[in-house]
Design a binder for this molecule. Sequence first.
Ligand SMILES: Nc1ncnc2c1ncn2[C@@H]1O[C@H](COP(=O)(O)OP(=O)(O)O)[C@@H](O)[C@H]1O
Ligand SMILES: [Mg+2]
Length: 250
Amino acid sequence: MRDISISFGGIHAVEKASVNLWPGEVVALLGHNGAGKSTLIKILSGAYKRDSGEIFVRGEPARIDNPRDAKAAGIETIYQTLALADNVDAAANLFLGREILTPFGTLDDAAMEAEARKVMGRLNPNFRRFKEPVKALSGGQRQSVAIARAILFDAKILIMDEPTAALGPQETRQVGDLVKELKREGIGIFLISHDIHDVFDLADRVIVMKNGQVVGEALTSDVTKDEVLGMIILGKCPPGAKPGSGAARA
Ligand SMILES: Nc1ncnc2c1ncn2[C@@H]1O[C@H](COP(=O)(O)OP(=O)(O)O)[C@@H](O)[C@H]1O
Ligand SMILES: [Mg+2]
């Protein structure tokens, strides 16, 4: 995403922000509440239309004006709320709105369950609760259903907005394992968080936003957590980081 801007009324929610993501890379998008993280990724997922700036997918200019465009470009988003249908099972959730039909036009439940078992087996081999409504599942299991739904249709870019905000430590670890598996499969992942401790160990790279602008970016191997906290709080870039247009001047 290059030089992306959007305003609401007079407020510059995102201003000239540039971010990138490689296949199989986990990028943590960090910043305080209100920094513009969700707004920026909602532009990538087609939920908001940018005022200016460009989006490239696989190096080609991409037209992303609505969520359908984003999905067609292989971009899937998992929002904090997960947006699951609580009263139906995992397979029904995976195919919600994209159901497999028999030649007679009826729902092909067997085919959908077989596909569900395949993709869930890849992500969470211990998962057995295919016959239960997802409201009966644990938080971590619900996350894996939401992630399975996202990657079922060949997503190459996955956006997770505050994925562990509502989870306990064990479930947070489970989400970490899911992220590592997706990474092995070559999927690029934006992990959005206001809390560096949630994402630092999983991320290959961090990008920090403040007041709608990009403070800077760094490989996690080149900076310490304290230095990244300095980027988040003070907008100050350490020597190991590449400053963005929102970096504080020394
Ligand atoms: N739909 C909207 N209408 C008006 N203001 C918005 C809207 N969405 C976001 N904003 C504003 O944009 C700024 C960035 O918000 P957001 O992207 O949600 O931050 P973050 O996800 O980093 O916490 C905030 O000032 C927020 O109030
Ligand atoms: Mg947010």
